[in-house]
Design a protein around this ligand. Structure first.
Ligand SMILES: CC(=O)[C@@H](O)[C@H](O)COP(=O)(O)O
Ligand SMILES: NCC(=O)COP(=O)(O)O
Length: 243
């Protein structure tokens, strides 16, 4: 079975920094440690409200990353301008609401097809590969195909937030079916949101998934075990799931 890749999201290193307005901890430093520990890529979410990752972090990491940057952002002119200037390897278009604690669902591609298609074309012209952060929903997957985005990232938040074993199992079936369908349509499929050390293996075992983007759980574990071990342990679980 194919290898699965780990994208480490360092947003919440920046959350710790912003809590006191200090210059530390630096997400760029954390990214270097994560890469040294085996991360295949680094994900950062430049939110419109700059609650954690700052523009400076994006520019610094565009120079310092040894793997590759996956820049998450809302579909706005401001963010598209930044992405076309920074030219990350990947750009993942995500929904954003100012009042949300974290991303609450997938991007509604079907409901704004022209806008997303134009964004994908603009990013592609700048040499950036676009991923669309969507729910495992056939209509959204079909819409993603229509935009000509090469990648999607399937939102695993409902699976992660499931309150019962039965609900989580039903979500896993929905994700598995959606990911298989998307792969059959020619999309390259990543996944992420809310994954942690006790729920990741079932998702990592889905053979069509190329990469998992994981942040909060790794950074939380790093507070106890250190970032290098937190990254290594997560990668190990993912590789075990593929054996
Ligand atoms: C899109 C997604 O699921 C996350 O990568 C996103 O970064 C969550 O937002 P916060 O990092 O602000 O929690
Ligand atoms: N796109 C998902 C991501 O980058 C990390 O999400 P989380 O693990 O912080 O929930």
């Amino acid at each position: 079975m194919s290898e699965i890749l780990l994208g480490v999201n360092v947003d919440h290193i920046a959350t710790l920094r912003q809590a006191r307005g200090t210059t530390y901890p630096d997400p760029a430093h954390a990214a270097a440690v994560a890469e040294h520990a085996g991360a295949d890529g680094i994900t950062i979410h430049l939110r419109e409200d700059r609650r954690h990752i700052q523009d400076r972090d994006v520019w610094v990491m565009s120079e310092t990353l040894q793997t590759r940057m996956n820049l998450e952002m809302a579909v706005t002119d401001e963010m598209l301008d930044i992405a076309c200037e920074v030219k990350p390897t990947f750009c993942c278009l995500v929904p954003e609401k100012r009042e949300e604690l974290t991303t609450e669902g997938g991007l509604d591609v079907a409901g704004q097809l022209d806008k997303i298609t134009q964004a994908v074309a603009r990013l592609s012209a700048a040499g950036v590969e676009t991923s669309l952060f969507i729910d495992a929903d056939k209509a959204q997957i079909d819409a993603a195909v229509a935009t000509k985005a090469p990648y999607i990232e399937i939102h695993t938040g409902h699976y992660a937030d499931a309150e019962t074993e039965a609900e989580q199992q039903a979500e896993l079936v929905r994700l598995t079916d959606g990911i298989r369908y998307a792969h059959q349509q020619g999309l390259k499929v990543n996944a992420g949101h809310g994954l942690h050390y006790f729920n990741v293996k079932a998702i990592a075992a889905i053979p069509e998934i190329i990469e998992l983007n994981i942040g909060h759980a790794i950074i939380a574990r790093a507070a106890i075990d250190g970032l290098e071990k937190a990254v290594r342990d997560m990668k190990q679980l993912m590789l075990e799931a593929r054996r």
